[in-house]
Ligand binder design. Sequence first.
Ligand code: MRU
Length: 367
Amino acid sequence: MSSGAAMSLEAIRYRRGSLAILNQLLLPEQLRYEPVASVERAWEAIRAMEVRGAPAIALVGCLSLAVELAAGAGPTGDAAELETFVGERLRFVVTARPTAVNLGREAQRLRDFVRRRVRSPDVTAQGLRESIIEHIEGLLEKDRGDNRSIGAHGARHILQRVPEGGVTLLTHCNTGTLATAGYGTALGIVRALHGQGRLARVFCTETRPYNQGGRLTAFELLHDRIPATLIADSAAAAAMRDRGIQAVVVGADRVAASGDTANKIGTYQLAVAARHHGIPFYVAAPSSSCDPALPGGADIPIEERPGKELTHLQGLCLAAPGIDVWNPAFDVTPHDLITGGIVTEFGVFAPGELREALAERAAAGGQ
Ligand code: MRU
């Protein structure tokens, strides 16, 4: 175990054959990396939220398979048998959490990749194994690159509305380095504005009940010396009215074809309050968070977490014992409240344009 702000902040540490995750249940008190040597361990870490955030969940799920394959797991003699093994491992790991689509999408892409490779006449099991590991390793760099693009597109769009001076933002949950391979999505926009000297301040919500804002986002922002203020979730509307918020930027766990977006519980009420105050509301989402096969937000499965996450804090009971609890981890923001736009690695789109824009990119060879 080690601690201290001097350490570089990464949710995921990977080199071929070895994967470790920063145990986010221990933050901000401790920076402790835990080994993940199997798909089962990745499943547990995702379910328990030792690692969380849609892109990081996808990366850890896939990288755990790469680690197993590098250690020689699965059939060694026959490529088709290896394909079956990989398919089974992926089918299992995607069940860890239901709302974020990224892991499901990456698993599907990997299965498609394996199917194409198995069909090629000169494929060997060893060659297939190597190429699967390389495919998975490529996801880390792609995620970092996508986040940089999201940051640049989002910052440019916001600055069109605020041509001079510093911008004051509000964000929710944690969408930063700790939720991705690095840099972040909504927090990537914050970082891009800060890097350009155009961020006045970012307000981050505490994000009850799991406190991703207070524990993780505040920690990241302090680590990077970005001017930030923590607020209770219940202070958000007041901050919009009294603290000069000029845009709200949040992440996404799944964006349906309509542009309706599932994100951390509390996002919807932020969008309602932003509409009331005439503040543009942005969703930052890599295309891997988009699910054009789902028509609208009502089709997105919403995870419900144990009531204890609401009633207890680090073992201390904060609520009347025995009270009934409803604890959805996410909510859906209807597309008409996403007034700023959906910021992807390809650009910023109105919710109604997103599906077509992504289809065009896919046809042009993007993802
Ligand atoms: O329950 P969590 O912490 O996994 O929820 C995370 C969020 O809702 C994020 O906003 C989303 O996954 C995007 S992270 C880039």
